[in-house]
Design a protein around this ligand. Structure first.
Ligand code: PRX
Length: 647
């Protein structure tokens, strides 16, 4: 059994949830009256333009609707309503990789977002419901752009700046975006790099819906501009008014799309709507991070991922906090960069991914001692399971043994945290996300809805709808139903299956064991193996390929490919070719760490590749699966031998 770490008493006294009795009382209250609880939360936390009629409409399940016919604007929740009491408070503190800083107060944020919204509306004719793709580096204008869309009711789709032209173009086309917002470039590891040429390349691939491209000048590099289509933000923004009427949005109007990988086919445009999402963002900021009025909150994610959406932009701003945005990488100019920022900016809550913790532990274990990290109150992790070694280093060395670690389990589809400790209440165990948040019904069950016995692997499901849940997959409602509500039932009703497996320990703590589908988690980023296989399959020497995750000390999982070739080539050259293709078609995050040339792949008699076996081999596990259904079972032994000899 893992060691238990109890919350610090002084911390608990001031926390929003002070002990497990309070947690259990809230859970009982929710069990008693689920909708009543969310009604209370929505009334207390959201500044509605017009009240809703009904808390939860289940009539068209699983297309659930929350707070029906309520009217609001998320930017009023995030900016407008704070102007009375917080106009001069820092909303965003941005730090460039070169150490320069910009401080944007709530009042200045209000003006920036209004000008931006006016620009989109007046110059580019963006209207409610139009899609706007944001392909940006980590600069405040990325947040202004998101909020400007929200202000006028446009649906933003932020595409991570590390994705390639091909990946960007797929996302633009799927969403039929009218405008693309980008930057000339930015800085990484001390060097300037360019983004705009990637947009140009993407738009050459038949993105007919795009009428205009707005370019923020960040590093003032020479870039090509297409006459009539491309516009410089820095020039145009000055011409716009600082006032803009917010669009009155329905609770269920879409707020944004965010593309994420699935187990098959193309990435899915996960659609979130305004009211439920913003409520959840704020609720979890208050309860999971326990952020207080004078706190400074730092989430190190990129805005291109859901973590950046909810915990850099929407969550901190909804509750009127100060959020940090950092442009660069953790190792620039050295492995002390983040700790220096924590000291200088007096960060109170720090939220990052296990992969970064492992990296900083490995390359700079002595660095934290050089800085004063005593401002920290709560530490958080997200994106992948955290191993006990990394957890203990984070807890003792970064948190000084006094900061609770909130290991938050959630997904792009859930909008915000689902399973997580409450820092003042929950006794924590390294590697466990502990218990569902109050108001959430997350359970480990089998396909029929029976609870999984303690110590046995089961499926992590959310068995009741929740306010910030995915509403649909953009343009593909059937895929939405099939992907999330097709596998598990409880009491005969389809319930949301996350795709993750998990275990209850003897004390009922939830330990996430990883994905059950063909999705791998590299440095906390979700990658679909089918997508990567599709790209590798185009390499001229490749006849067949199967991609799986292989354990990696820093990244959690690395991409590993078993390849059958049709023409002779050595492994090193093939790996190089493949990575060139992947960088071009997806982006560097999906690069393959290793390949193994094999004479064949294990397949069923109907020709389906048995990936579970290949996964086990890559993990160095004994093969316990039944291999009698394999067409040629001798191949398993051959691959195992090749794999071992390579190591
Ligand atoms: O497998 C789980 C893992 O990340 C997946 C969700 O990925 P994504 O939608 O990209 O969102 C990442 C950030 C929320 C999950 O299905 N995951 C997320 N958090 C944890 C985790 N695995 C273990 N522990 C976590 N705390």
């Amino acid at each position: 059994m893992s060691e238990i770490f109890y919350p610090n008493r002084d911390f608990s006294k001031q926390a929003n949830v002070k002990n497990m009795c309070e947690y259990k009382e809230t859970c009982a209250e929710v069990d008693d009256d689920y909708e009543g609880y969310w009604d209370e939360m929505a009334k207390e936390k959201i500044d509605w333009y017009k009240p809703y009629d009904k808390v939860l409409d289940e009539s068209n399940a699983p297309f659930y609707k929350w707070f029906t016919n309520g009217k609001l604007n998320v930017t009023h929740q995030c900016i407008g309503r704070h102007l009375k009491s917080r106009k001069n408070k820092a909303a965003i503190i941005w730090e460039g990789e070169d150490g320069s800083r910009r401080i944007i107060t709530y009042l200045l944020l209000f003006y920036r977002v209004n000008r931006f919204a006016n620009l989109l509306k007046n110059k580019f004719g963006v209207k409610k419901g139009d899609r706007v793709v944001i392909y940006m580096p980590m600069i405040p204008e990325a947040a202004f752009a998101m909020l400007a869309c929200a202000k006028i009711g446009a649906i933003h789709s932020v595409v991570f700046g590390g994705f390639s032209a091909e990946a960007l173009s797929d996302r633009i086309k799927d969403a039929k975006a009218k405008v693309v917002i980008t930057a000339d470039g930015a800085f990484r590891r001390g060097n300037p790099y360019l983004l705009k040429p990637i947009v140009d390349e993407a738009l050459e691939k038949g993105c007919d819906s795009v009428e205009n491209v707005l370019v923020v000048q960040r590093n003032f590099e020479e870039i090509d501009m297409v006459e009539g289509r491309d516009h410089i933000y820095n020039d145009l923004i000055k011409l716009e008014s600082e006032f803009c009427e917010a669009e009155e949005m329905d609770s269920e109007d879409p707020l944004f799309l965010l593309y994420t990988s699935g187990s098959t086919g193309t990435p899915k445009g996960v659609q979130h709507s305004g009211a439920g999402y913003i409520l959840w963002a704020q609720y979890t900021m208050e309860n999971v991070f326990d952020v207080k009025e004078n706190d400074t909150f730092w989430c190190t994610a990129d805005v291109g991922w859901i973590t950046g959406h909810t915990y850099i932009v929407y969550g901190p701003l909804a509750m009127g906090a100060t959020t940090i945005m950092y442009e660069g990488v953790p190792l620039y100019p050295n492995a002390g960069r983040w700790w220096k920022m924590i000291e200088e900016l007096r960060i109170n809550q720090f939220y990052t991914a296990p992969t970064a913790i492992r990296l900083l532990h490995k390359v700079g274990a002595d660095e934290p001692a050089k800085y004063d990290l005593s401002s920290l109150k709560v530490l958080g992790t997200v994106g992948e399971p955290i191993n006990p070694d990394a957890w203990l280093w984070y807890y003792n060395t970064i948190g000084g043994g006094k900061c609770p670690i909130v290991d938050t389990w959630w997904q792009t589809e859930t909008g915000g945290h689902i399973v997580s400790p409450l820092p003042g209440a929950t006794p924590i165990k390294p590697g466990s996300a502990t218990f569902p948040l109050p108001g959430i019904k997350a359970e480990i069950i089998d396909k029929e809805g029976n609870p999984t016995p303690k110590g046995e692997k089961g499926l992590l499901c959310i068995t009741k709808p929740w306010p910030s849940m995915i509403r649909t997959i953009w343009g593909n409602p059937d895929r939405f139903v099939k992907s999330y509500f097709g596998d598990c039932k409880k009491d005969g009703k389809p319930v949301y299956f996350s795709g993750d497996a998990a275990i209850y320990d003897d004390d009922g703590y939830i330990f996430i064991t990883g994905r059950t589908d063909d999705v791998i988690n590299v440095s906390g980023h979700r990658l679909g193996t089918a997508e990567i296989e599709g790209v590798i399959g185009h390499e001229e020497h490749v006849a067949e390929v199967a991609v799986v995750g292989k354990p990696d000390d820093i990244k959690g999982e690395g991409v590993f490919a078993y390849i059958v070739t049709k023409k002779e080539i050595d492994e090193e050259s093939l790996l190089k070719n493949i990575n060139k293709l992947i960088t071009k078609d997806i982006g560097p995050i999906a690069r393959t760490d290793g390949i193994l040339l094999v004479p064949g792949l294990p397949k069923t008699r109907s020709g389906k590749i048995m990936r579970r076996i290949l996964r086990s081999i890559a993990k160095g596990e004994e093969i316990t699966q039944d291999i009698s259904t394999i067409e040629d079972s001798s191949i398993v032994g051959i691959i195992e031998k090749l794999f071992k000899s390579k190591k």
